[in-house]
Design a protein around this ligand. Structure first.
Ligand code: GRF
Length: 197
């Protein structure tokens, strides 16, 4: 894509919780790595209680609650209505259906709070990841941005950033460090992915 002439890519950001990565992506579209490459056209939440929805609302971004009782067709229609071409998972805990993987093949990214291929896979999320890293005695951890495939956390790695693990590191202190680097890494990686389309 030529950033100078092509129109902005419409992103959908999928969330389930806090939304700090969503926040950094929105900011980055306004005045950062993703300006003028992309805009967030839709925020998809797996539950209505996700705090990330408030961030979307205060930024004037359309929201779609994709809870258990909502058919996949409705989500696909919401994405199509907004001409979404690229999906960004930011703390989204539900499995991505095959039909979405096919429709957005090569155009879905996820961020994981560790250095994949270690410490990933089904059930490895949140503090469990940092706990496993510390227990393993690793001296570094970090965050990984990867393309999404049928297997949890196993798609092609796009970019990584590391943090050192101090002798007195705790799960909570490591979580803070890693989240901080995610906020720079993710917009930068999305920009790389969009430029390579
Ligand atoms: C991040 O740590 C990310 O790596 C993981 O889920 C967390 C989401 O945090 N996939 P937030 O909702 O963006 O604050």
């Amino acid at each position: 894509m030529n950033a100078g002439r092509a129109k902005k890519a419409n992103l959908a950001v999928f969330v389930s919780g806090r939304g700090s990565n969503l926040d950094s992506i929105i900011s980055s579209c306004a005045d950062g790595e993703l300006e003028p490459l992309a805009r967030v056209a839709l925020v998809v939440a797996s539950k209505s209680s996700a705090a990330a929805l408030e961030i979307a609302e205060s930024s004037g971004i359309d929201r779609f609650i994709y809870s258990k009782d909502i058919p996949l067709e409705n989500l696909l229609a919401a994405l199509a209505d907004r001409d979404v071409s690229f999906i960004v998972l930011a703390g989204y805990v539900k499995k991505i259906e095959d039909e979405i993987l096919q429709n957005f093949s090569g155009n879905i990214l996820n961020i994981h709070p560790a250095l994949l291929p270690k410490f990933g896979g089904k059930g490895m999320y949140g503090k469990k990841v940092h706990q496993a890293v510390i227990e393993s005695g690793e001296k570094v951890s970090g965050a990984t941005v990867h393309y999404v495939s049928e297997v949890y956390d196993a798609g092609k790695i796009l970019d990584q950033e590391t943090v050192s693990i101090d002798a007195d590191e705790t799960v909570d202190s490591l979580a803070v460090k890693v989240l901080q680097i995610e906020h720079e890494l993710y917009p930068r990686s999305i920009a790389i992915a969009l430029r390579s389309l």
